[in-house]
Design a protein around this ligand. Structure first.
Ligand SMILES: Cc1cc2nc3c(=O)[nH]c(=O)nc-3n(C[C@H](O)[C@H](O)[C@H](O)COP(=O)(O)O)c2cc1C
Length: 191
């Protein structure tokens, strides 16, 4: 048996990301869980940002942003950036997050996040009251001490990164669980 609920915006798990737009002098942070990789060539990320906040218009104006994946250690600060507005406060000042210069765009990355993407806005579409932004990934930064091999981006230690997982609907934060299999491999047993 299944219970149906009609159209609902419930999906889980999602990474808790902190989207930054602006410059090293003045930048804002918004917590965004609706984030996903969209295409491989060029590599793009999609982020969905509501029109009621400060960030949507800023991203449209600046045409660049960074996506910073939050870890469990910064849960309180990440939540804070999702319940306050850049219209009223300086979230970098309030959280104590450290701005780091991006390589290709003026929007800074957040040092305290273990994984950071520099994105150039290449497309935007308004669906209802939400802007869907497509950002071309120009650079990826990862904490060196969380890589098993500094030459391999896929060699990150996911437990050391300890990403902050958001469960939409229940509105909960969780931690990632243990590894249970090798993707693209384990299904071969049914071939
Ligand atoms: C865990 C969490 C996830 C969120 N995800 C999104 C999201 O995906 N899209 C969105 O528009 N707002 C999302 N929000 C709400 C915004 O972060 C919030 O409206 C914020 O105050 C807007 O800040 P700004 O006015 O500085 O842009 C989320 C908030 C939290 C706490």
């Amino acid at each position: 048996m299944k219970t149906t609920f009609g159209p609902q915006k419930i999906l889980f798990p999602m990474p808790t990301s902190l989207v930054v737009t602006g410059t090293m002098e003045k930048a804002n942070i918004v917590t965004i869980a609706w984030v996903t990789l969209l295409t491989s060539a060029p590599p793009t990320l999609g982020v969905s940002v509501g029109t009621s906040g400060y960030s949507g218009n800023e991203i449209l104006k600046n045409k660049h942003f960074t996506v910073n994946i939050a870890s469990v250690d910064i849960m309180i600060e990440a939540d804070f950036c999702g319940i306050t507005s850049g219209k009223d406060i300086d979230k970098f000042e309030k959280t104590g997050f450290t701005k780091m210069q991006s390589k290709h765009i003026p929007s800074p990355i957040i040092k305290e996040c273990p994984l950071n993407f520099e994105c150039k806005l290449v497309k935007s579409s308004l669906v209802g009251t939400t802007n869907h932004f497509v950002g071309e990934i120009l650079e990826v930064h990862m904490d060196t001490n969380k890589l098993q091999d500094v030459n391999k981006p896929g060699s990150f230690d996911v437990e050391a990164m300890n990403p902050l997982i958001y469960v939409g609907g229940a509105r909960e934060y969780r931690k990632i669980g243990e590894k249970i299999g090798d993707a693209y491999q384990i299904g071969k047993s049914l071939k």
